[in-house]
Ligand binder design. Structure first.
Ligand SMILES: *Cc1c(COP(=O)(O)O)cnc(C)c1O
Length: 213
């Protein structure tokens, strides 16, 4: 169930940024509820669940984001249904998108800012050259960078990791003909810090929902 008070105060607090609701904790009714409250950017992190929800809701006024790890073999069945991909992190995925997508897709390059081997994303030192390669893929339009900070209460660690992404963004924009504008950072536990680092897309999940009693 959507926590309306939290949604309203978040929208107030994050004016002129985009909240991408991570709806893995919610169902179709919750999504429609979020849309009616003013969050129409919806992020799914699993292909199967995304397809089920899309089937029911594709006529609704929703901007669809895919935010989770995307297996190459699943690209074909979903890639023409989404508006944004937050998890472009390898060439083999780019190849599949190039093959199956009809119109150019707005993509974030996912960067492994926490340097944890369990997290997905390109290593920081490979991002600039990957960005350059993406110029050859006309179905891929790089609009920003995405990162997930370590889940910790230590703000200094989170700040350090977010700062790597803002540095990378400046580096890319110093050599890009077309600057990238977006940063997809900030989740329930660290979105306030992400606001300080210029987040344009906050991927927020758990705090939007009440636990069912
Ligand atoms: C679930 C999820 C989020 C949101 O996480 P919360 O901590 O619940 O806000 C953000 N990004 C991705 C990729 C997710 O899967």
């Amino acid at each position: 169930m959507v926590n309306e008070e939290v949604v309203k105060s978040l929208l107030e607090e994050t004016k002129n940024r985009t909240i991408v609701a991570a709806t893995k904790y919610g169902n179709e009714v919750d999504i429609l509820n979020l849309v009616s409250l003013g969050i129409k950017d919806i992020g799914e992190n699993r292909v199967k669940v995304f397809l089920e929800k899309y089937e029911l809701l594709h006529d609704a006024d929703i901007v669809w984001h895919f935010i989770g790890h995307l297996q190459s073999k699943k690209v074909k069945m979903m890639i023409n249904k989404i508006d944004y991909l937050h998890s472009l992190d390898r060439l083999s995925l780019a190849e599949q998108i190039q093959e199956h997508r009809s119109l150019p897709l707005s993509c974030f390059i996912e960067v492994n800012i926490s340097n944890e081997s369990t997290k997905y994303g390109l290593p920081i030192e490979e991002v600039v050259s990957f960005y350059k390669k993406m110029r050859n893929y006309d179905k891929i339009n790089i609009v920003g960078l995405m990162g997930m900070a370590t889940h910790t209460d230590d703000e200094a660690i989170i700040r350090h990791q977010f700062s790597k992404l803002t540095e990378l963004k400046s580096e890319i924009n110093s050599l890009a003909d077309k600057p990238i504008e977006y940063l997809s950072i900030g989740m329930s536990n660290d979105y306030k810090i992400a606001l300080d680092f210029g987040s344009t897309h906050l991927r927020i999940g758990s705090i939007l929902f009440r636990k069912e009693e």
